[in-house]
Design a protein around this ligand. Structure first.
Ligand SMILES: Cc1cc2nc3c(=O)[nH]c(=O)nc-3n(C[C@H](O)[C@H](O)[C@H](O)COP(=O)(O)OP(=O)(O)OC[C@H]3O[C@@H](n4cnc5c(N)ncnc54)[C@H](O)[C@@H]3O)c2cc1C
Length: 434
């Protein structure tokens, strides 16, 4: 037996002679981007019985929610002391499952309620949910070309380290955050005009003395006093403790996130250098809380806004402030306007306890194609409006809405849906108040 095994060849010589044909997939719904909004779209489409593929340029699922270590679901709850949840469907299962493994913490402030999560547990939740739903996963796959035939997208062509892949589908979801699918399809998009919208390099610290953490006001004052000494350009930010774990999530840097491959690569190093300066500041200025702290993990660069679609409707800051409920509303949130349009800080415009604002399907659908829906941080809004709906609560709701819109459209158009039917399917995300 041992001799037989020894004689079996264990390697063979291979030479590449012709370019292999791309691996070809045919599904009902192809989702580009596996951040929280793309995952919500894929899971909901699978729940509706559709064959789904989810594609990401990273070699792992989860987008920024997992790999940039955002750490907090915002925009899931209404404001004030009697806050109720605004997004259900996929979010119900997500929160329930994370609660079962002790991976969420509800942080109820006087103004907003946010849900802190363990990003490792979220990453595994995404992977297991996608695996159990039978969704085809194409990872490490960067969009190279969009095959478009008039008003219909036909297929996505992707480059992976293992060769080319072509994914043909009836409907497509652009959950890329950068409107990559819409852009590559030759459709109009928007970009910041004069100044960038800044991203952030997130850091997780361990060996933090939670009970000694400085309050927001103390932190702000010390930053203002010491910014020059530490070479900071951002003058605000926060370090949140994840209760009971001796860990803190630090969001105190600002980096531009250009759509230029070399420039963006440079920023990944710049962000870490800024983060290290922040850690030095925390250790030296707040030794009781951070004296023994060290970096547990750096996230991938956190990107807020880069390029987004031109939809049938551009959501405006006034519509957000007034809480306009559109006939084709598909998602809601109460998150403040939070625009990081300056290096030193950001615009923060919170809303009252009764406030809710809505995302219409028209802001998720480019007018010139019938089978494409965008969701997450690349839908159409002016910069202020977008800053209030690009957080993860409404991102999950938009993902679910994208799945239902494509399901209802079938081989028809997402611009000609039965809005009553769409509303009935999404009623929990629009009307429920408990
Ligand atoms: C620093 C920071 C802090 C934040 N804080 C909070 C917070 O506390 N709470 C909150 O709710 N929200 C917060 N946000 C906002 C929120 O995290 C993001 O807007 C949200 O995670 C975006 O989700 P998404 O699914 O739209 O996109 P993403 O998570 O960005 O996912 C897009 C995916 O598409 C893939 N992709 C992109 N282009 C291509 C391509 N060409 N080919 C293949 N794949 C591609 C990417 O690899 C990525 O995985 C924060 C954002 C930042 C940057």
């Amino acid at each position: 037996m041992a001799q037989e095994q020894a004689m079996r060849p264990i390697a063979t010589q291979v030479v590449r002679r012709t370019a292999p044909a791309p691996v070809s997939l045919q599904v009902d719904v192809a989702v580009l981007g596996s951040g929280i909004s793309g995952v919500a779209a894929a899971l909901e489409a699978a729940r509706l019985g559709r064959q789904v593929a989810i594609i990401d340029g990273l070699p792992a699922l989860g987008g920024q929610a997992v790999h940039s270590i955002i750490g907090t679901f915002a925009g899931l709850y209404s404001n004030g002391p009697n806050a109720y949840r605004l997004t259900h469907l996929v979010a119900d299962q997500l929160l329930y499952d994370l609660e079962q493994v002790g991976a969420v913490y509800y942080r109820r402030g006087p103004l907003t309620t946010v849900v802190m999560y363990d990003e490792v547990a979220l990453g595994r939740w995404v992977e297991e949910s996608v695996r159990r739903a039978g969704i085809t996963v194409v990872l490490g796959a960067v969009l190279r070309e969009v095959v478009r035939d008039g008003r219909r997208i036909r297929a996505l062509r992707l480059a992976t380290r293992y060769g080319e892949v072509e994914v043909a589908a009836t409907g497509f979801v652009d959950a890329s955050g950068d409107a990559a699918l819409t852009w590559m399809a030759g459709l109009p998009c928007r970009e910041p005009k004069d100044a960038p919208i800044y991203g952030t390099q997130m850091v997780v610290l361990e060996q933090v003395e939670e009970s000694e953490l400085p309050g927001a006001e103390t932190m702000r004052q010390r930053l203002a006093e010491k910014a020059n000494a530490y070479g900071f350009r951002r003058l605000d930010g926060f370090a949140f403790a994840y209760p009971g774990r001796g860990m803190a999530l630090v969001n105190m840097t600002h980096i531009p996130t250009p759509l230029d491959p070399v420039g963006m690569s440079r920023q990944t190093l710049e962000g870490k250098a800024q983060a290290d300066a922040v850690v030095r500041f925390l250790r030296e200025e707040f030794p009781q809380a951070f004296g023994r702290a060290r970096v547990r993990a750096y996230g991938l660069p956190g990107i807020r806004q880069t390029r987004w679609i031109v939809g049938r409707h551009q959501l405006t800051a006034d519509e957000v402030r007034q809480g306009v409920r559109f006939p084709d509303a598909v998602a809601r949130t109460a998150w403040p306007i939070e625009l990081h349009d300056r290096e030193e800080g950001y615009v923060w415009e919170p809303f009252g306890p009764d406030h809710v604002h809505y995302v219409p399907l028209a802001s998720m659908t480019p007018p010139d194609v019938d089978n494409l829906v965008a969701c997450g941080r690349c839908i159409d809004g002016d910069a202020l409006a977008l800053s209030s709906v690009r957080v993860m609560g409404p991102g999950i709701a938009m993902g679910a809405a994208a799945a239902h819109a494509l399901d209802l459209a079938g081989t028809g158009s997402v611009h000609a849906l039965d809005l009553d039917a769409l509303h009935r399917r999404l009623a929990e995300n629009l009307d429920r108040r408990d």
